[in-house]
Design a binder for this molecule. Structure first.
Ligand code: SIN
Ligand code: FE2
Length: 213
């Protein structure tokens, strides 16, 4: 079949031109990723950020790498400093960087060097409404998004907010990469269903890698 091809570690499923779902790409490395995440959390723990409109986000977040995505009453931005402790975000673990580079390559985006990793934690009921990732300087770089733990439904739409969106079920170890013509497509996560996962317990964790600066 022309629209299914074997990637290095599993199936690569095209979503739209520029966007691909790498099924199970991170499965083998998940234990190492989750172990490295513990170190990140020890320095910069989970927090619920406030949107510019004054709402507390249902998704808990933290960051690692030179830049971290933050939201507060003044807006969204990337910042080198964790506003929670006034210190630089913890370093991006090598296991994170390697996985992000390998996934980007498998999706056809060579030499991806992320400088920001946003870590999202969804507990049952948490959701992320349809949005574009547009706080980065250069849209020439792709986004690499790694799913760990409980399954979730990923919405993947088009360049306009009103464009119809696809519903893609994502499970532990799945990686979605989008860039090129799909770089500014809307996306989001439906409210997480309750469950218990052997790797993460009662939550889904998502690592989103970007070249932001
Ligand atoms: C995001 O859009 O930043 C995260 C998407 C996800 O959790 O899969
Ligand atoms: Fe996003």
């Amino acid at each position: 079949m022309r629209d299914l091809f074997e990637a290095e570690e599993g199936l690569a499923l095209p979503i739209v031109p520029g966007a691909v779902l790498l099924r199970g790409f991170a499965s083998d490395r998940a234990p190492k990723l989750l172990e490295a995440l513990e170190g990140v959390l020890a320095a910069s723990p989970w927090r619920h950020m406030i949107t510019p409109g004054g709402f507390r986000m249902s998704v808990a977040m933290t960051n690692c790498g030179p830049l971290g995505w933050v939201s507060d009453r003044t807006g969204y931005r990337y910042d080198a400093i964790d506003p929670g402790n006034g210190k630089p975000w913890p370093a991006m673990p090598q296991a994170f960087r390697e996985l992000a580079g390998a996934a980007a390559s498998a999706a056809g985006f060579d030499k991806f060097k992320p400088d920001a990793c946003l870590v999202n934690r969804y507990e049952p009921g948490a959701r992320l409404s349809l949005h574009q990732d547009r706080d980065e300087h250069d849209y020439g770089h792709p986004i690499v998004s790694v799913s760990l733990g409980l399954p979730a439904v990923f919405l993947f739409g088009g360049p306009q907010r009103v464009d119809k969106s696809m519903r893609l079920p994502l499970v532990h170890g799945d990686v979605v990469v989008w860039g090129g013509p799909a770089r500014l497509h809307h996306h989001g996560i439906l409210p997480l269903k309750d469950g218990d996962h052997p790797s993460t317990g009662r939550c889904r964790i998502n690592l989103t890698f970007r070249k932001a600066g």
